[in-house]
Design a protein around this ligand. Structure first.
Ligand code: NDP
Ligand code: GDR
Length: 357
C-alpha cells in the first residue's frame, strides 16, 4: 500500500463526509473514516460506497472513534498513516448547541485540538507531514461586522457552536504558525443537498413539502423566517476542501456563492415548484428560535476563486429544486422536472417521524 493517497475523514457519515468520500475515491485515494458507535445504523449516507472489508483492495475503511476520545484518535492515526486529514466531525446544529454547550465545545473545539496535537506528535516521531483541513463555518462571523464577509472580517460568534468553531479556527492557525504544520481552515457558508440533515431548515422544508404533497403531513412548524443565508451546494463545497490541501502553502479560505436569500425566499421557490402556497402550510413555533440569531450571512469567495480556481456550479433556485426533487423521489412521488435533479446513488432514508426539530 503506498502512502501517497491515503485520507482520513472525521464526520464521514455526515452530509459533507459522504460527498468528500466519493470525491476522494474518484481521485484514487484510499479513504478511512471515523464513525461513532450508535445503537442504530448511522452509515446511510455512505452505504452505497461501502465495501466488504474482507475483500482484497478495499478502498473505503471505517474505524470506530470519537472526537472526544483522544487516545483512539491517536491510535487510528498510527494505524492509518494518512497524508491528508479532513476534520468534519462536529455537533453541527447551532440551535442544539444552546442546549448542549459543553458537549458541543468538547467535540468542536477540544476535538480539533486533540486531533492537531495527535498529528503534531505523529509528525515529530515519524517525520511524516500530514495535511489538515478544518471545517470552519460562516457562523464564526455571527453578528454582522462587514458585508460581504471575507477572510479578514472579524469574528463575532453568536452561539456555543460558533464560539467552539472560532477556537478550532485559531488553534488550526496556531499549529500552522507555531509548528510549521500544513493546517488549513475552510470558512464555509451554508451548503445543502438532498443529503442534508433533516433538522436544518432547508431540508426540513423540502422534506415536509414532499410529505405534504404525499398527504403524510399537514403543517410545517418553523422559527425565524427573516434570517438570510448564503446557500450553496454541498457537492461543490467538498471540492474546495480538497483543493485547499493541494496547495503549496496552507491558508484560510472563505467558500460561498456571494448571494444571500431569506428563508421566505426558500419557501417561495420550493412551494411554487409544486404549485402550492407555503402560507397555507407553515406555522410559527417559538421553540425553533435561538437565544441569539445570526441575521445575515453573505460571503465573498474571491480568494477561493483566485487561488484555488474554485467556483460554485449550482444556482440557488437549482439547489432548492434538486432538494425538493430528492425528497419527492424518496417518497416515490413524481418530480415537476427532472432537469435539475441530482441523480443520487444514495437512497434517502424514509424517516417515519411526522415532524423533525
Ligand atoms: P453533519 O451534521 O451532517 O455531520 C456531522 C458529522 O460529525 C457526522 O458524521 C457525525 O456523526 C459526526 N460527529 C458528531 N459528533 C461527533 C463526535 N463527537 N466525534 C466524531 N464525529 C462526530 O455535518 P455536515 O456534513 O453538514 O458538516 C460537516 C462539517 O462542516 C461540520 O464540522 C460542520 O460544523 C461544518 N460546517 C458545515 C456547514 C454546512 O452548511 N453543512 C457549513 C460550515 C461548516 P453521526 O453521523 O454519528 O452523527
Ligand atoms: P445554520 O442552519 O444555523 O445557519 O447552521 P439552519 O438551517 O439550522 O438555520 C438557518 C436559519 O434558519 C432559521 N430557522 C430554522 N432553523 C432550523 N434548523 N429549524 C427551523 O425550524 C427554523 N426556522 C427558522 C434559523 O433560525 C437560522 O437563522 C448551518 C449548520 O450546518 C452549521 O453547522 C454551519 O456551520 C452553518 O450552517 C454555516
Amino acid at each position: 500500500m503506498t502512502e501517497s493517497k491515503r485520507a482520513l475523514i472525521t464526520g464521514i457519515t455526515g452530509q459533507d463526509g459522504s460527498y468528500l468520500s466519493e470525491l476522494l475515491l474518484e481521485k484514487g485515494y484510499e479513504v478511512h473514516g471515523i464513525i461513532r458507535r450508535t445503537s442504530t445504523f448511522n452509515t446511510d449516507r455512505i452505504d452505497h460506497i461501502y465495501e466488504d472489508p474482507h475483500q482484497q483492495g478495499v478502498k473505503l475503511l471505517l474505524h470506530y472513534g470519537d472526537l472526544t476520545d483522544g487516545v483512539t484518535l491517536r491510535r487510528i492515526l498510527e494505524e492509518v498513516k494518512p497524508i491528508e486529514i479532513y476534520n468534519l466531525g462536529a455537533q453541527s446544529h447551532v440551535r442544539v448547541s444552546f442546549d448542549s454547550p459543553e458537549y458541543t465545545a468538547d467535540t468542536v473545539g477540544m476535538g480539533t485540538l486533540r486531533l492537531l496535537e495527535a498529528i503534531r506528535d505523529y509528525r515529530q516521531r515519524t517525520g511524516i507531514d500530514v495535511r489538515f483541513y478544518q471545517a470552519g463555518s460562516s457562523e464564526m462571523f455571527g453578528k454582522v461586522m462587514e458585508i460581504p464577509q471575507k477572510e479578514t472580517t472579524p469574528f463575532y460568534p453568536r452561539s456555543p457552536y460558533a464560539c467552539a468553531k472560532v477556537y478550532a479556527h485559531w488553534q488550526t492557525v496556531n499549529h500552522r504558525e507555531s509548528y510549521g504544520m500544513f493546517t488549513s481552515n475552510g470558512i464555509l457558508f451554508n451548503h445543502e443537498s438532498p443529503r442534508r440533515g433533516e433538522t436544518f431548515v432547508t431540508r426540513k422544508i423540502t422534506r415536509a413539502l414532499a410529505r405534504i404533497v404525499g398527504g403524510y403531513q399537514k403543517k410545517l412548524y418553523l422559527g425565524n423566517l427573516e434570517s438570510k443565508r448564503d446557500w450553496g451546494y454541498a457537492k461543490d463545497y467538498v471540492k474546495a476542501m480538497w483543493l485547499m490541501l493541494q496547495q503549496e502553502k496552507a491558508d484560510d479560505y472563505v467558500v460561498a456563492t456571494g448571494e444571500t436569500h431569506s428563508i421566505e425566499e426558500f419557501l417561495d421557490i420550493s412551494f411554487n415548484y409544486v404549485n402550492l402556497n407555503w402560507r397555507d402550510y407553515v406555522a410559527f413555533d417559538e421553540r425553533y428560535l435561538r437565544p441569539a440569531e445570526v441575521d445575515l450571512l453573505i460571503g465573498d469567495p474571491t480568494k477561493a476563486k483566485d487561488k484555488l480556481g474554485w467556483e460554485p456550479s449550482v444556482t440557488f433556485e437549482e439547489l432548492v429544486k434538486l432538494m425538493v426533487d430528492g425528497d419527492l423521489r424518496s417518497l416515490n412521488l413524481s418530480c415537476p422536472s427532472s432537469s435539475t435533479s441530482e441523480v443520487d446513488k444514495f437512497s434517502i432514508h424514509g424517516n417515519s417521524r411526522n415532524t423533525v426539530d
